[in-house]
Design a protein around this ligand. Structure first.
Ligand code: PXG
Ligand code: PLP
Length: 446
């Protein structure tokens, strides 16, 4: 179907309708004064309520690697809904989630072969953290409860996730969380304008040794990091950093968790960032592109050792008191199978790897434009950091976001950093257009 032929939804909203909906992670008063409403999507574009075709420079929210409006996914969801809309997630099963689990394992680094389904990335993060604590309890090391995250980390918005997370805004209103400590982030001024992985900063992994010296490894359950921090502005791991974290965790008996909610399914040029960087954790979380976001779903994939350790007690006992009503939901599972089929049929992880050098060149062509103080890239992801306006952090970034949208491009800004990552089906011509528009925006920003 051509985008122009899409039936135009009635996008008019009353004041009462706007008021009734508390919009997440959004300035509600500002948004409702001038809402940005989209009514359709196809391929790499959204259709805005005013009829404009807007290029999707962030694949939704890092979610839609296949682009939008994929008929095969729509069919799979519809057909599943007609056959089996819902199966109780506890004490029952349905075929699709089991088939999906095996398919996911086929994409993982060797050894990660047990899948637990959740409804979102936040639930996946909290699930992984709980699994880590439970694992040590069952290993007769109940003292190992402390969770280590990283400054500028994002692991969703549930209590576990915000406790290990390192974004002050996500933490400050909510009081005490779960016992956690934090590694420093890896953003070094000396690495500005690195292409791909920066040279400097592997030593920052050694800060984990300081935390071990402070808390003792006998009290630490797990370290959770995003291989590439996404939400805080695309922080690419310095060369050797993840390897060093892996070594320290091994040496001290700490479980390493990679949160691959953004990096999973091709973003960095391999199925998972663990493969891109050649470092295998014990647990991986994913969500977003797992279903191309057509139906919410997340997952935690663990090494067999974690699963086997939990399989204790009488045969009829529940081993892990954890799960969600929507774990392995049939519609989500059907969407995920269709998504994995399309990723495979279209060779999109490979495509992302092949496009990455072109993407990198286009990204770094913005160096030298006004206010651009860093450009960071990996796979089909870029972060463009702007100098903040004195005394008004995030104002320049938000201005860039609004101007890009006026120019029919959806980008994401976090603080004063622009983040972009288009669907993996993106064409070179579209990459050119995307960066041309961003170039125009940056030239005209006050
Ligand atoms: N972990 C990571 C690494 C994430 O990026 C979550 C967990 C939470 O997933 P859910 O599905 O609960 O939102 C995320 C989500 C952005 C942006 O613009 C990023 C996310 C969500 C919304 C916006 O960077 N990441
Ligand atoms: N709150 C109540 C009252 C519930 O009954 C349930 C689930 O049965 C939940 C919360 C948890 O919901 P979910 O399983 O969708 O996370």
């Amino acid at each position: 179907m051509n985008v122009r032929d899409l039936p135009m939804a009635d996008a008019s909203l009353t004041r009462a309708q706007l008021d009734a909906h508390w919009v997440p992670f959004t300035g509600n008063r500002q948004f409702k004064a001038q809402p940005r409403i989209v009514v359709g999507a196809e391929g790499c574009h959204y259709i805005a309520a005013d009829g404009r075709k807007v290029f999707d420079g962030l694949s939704g929210l890092w979610t839609c690697g296949l682009g939008h409006g994929r008929e095969e996914i729509a069919q799979a969801i519809a057909s599943q809904a007609r056959t089996l809309d819902y199966a109780p997630a506890f004490q029952f099963g349905h075929p699709t989630s089991f088939r999906l689990a095996e398919r996911i394992v086929g994409k993982m680094p060797a050894g990660l072969d047990r899948v637990f389904f959740t409804g979102s990335g936040s639930e996946a993060a909290d699930t992984a953290l709980k699994m880590a604590r439970a694992y040590w309890r069952l290993k007769a090391q109940p003292g190992k409860t402390l969770l280590v995250g990283r400054a500028k980390g994002y692991h969703g918005v549930n209590f576990g996730g915000i406790s290990v997370g390192g974004m002050v805004g996500n933490r400050k209103l909510y009081g005490e969380g779960v016992a956690a400590d934090h590694l420093p982030h890896t953003l070094l001024a000396a690495n500005a304008f690195s292409r791909g992985q920066p040279e400097q900063g592997a030593h920052l992994a050694d800060e984990l040794l300081e935390l071990i010296a402070l808390h003792d490894a006998s009290n630490i359950a797990a370290v959770i990091v995003e291989p590439v921090a996404g939400s805080t502005g695309v922080l690419v791991p310095p060369k050797g950093y993840l390897q060093r974290l892996r070594q320290i965790c091994d040496k001290h008996g700490i479980l390493l968790i990679f949160d691959e909610v953004i990096t999973g399914f091709g973003r960095t040029g391999s199925a998972f960032a663990a493969q891109t960087f050649g470092v295998t954790p014990v647990l991986i979380t994913c969500a977003k592109a797992l279903t191309n976001a057509a139906v919410p779903m997340g997952a935690v994939i663990v090494k067999k050792e974690i699963y086997e350790t939990m399989m204790q007690g009488p045969e009829n006992a529940i081993e892990l008191y954890h799960g969600y009503t929507y774990s392995g939901h049939p519609l989500a599972a059907a969407a995920a199978v269709a998504t994995l089929d399309l990723f495979k049929a279209e060779g999109l992880f490979q495509r992302a790897a092949e496009l990455a050098p072109y993407w990198e060149d286009a990204a770094h062509s913005l160096k030298g434009l006004p206010n651009v103080i860093d450009i960071r890239n990996i796979g089909l992801v870029v972060g463009i950091e702007l100098e903040p306006i004195a005394g008004k952090p995030a104002a320049r970034g938000f201005d860039a976001f609004l101007r890009a949208y006026q120019k029919n491009v959806l980008i994401r800004t976090t603080g004063d950093t622009i983040a972009m990552s288009p669907p993996l089906i993106v064409e070179k011509k579209q990459i050119d257009q995307l960066f041309e528009t961003v170039r125009d925006v940056l030239k005209t920003l006050p």
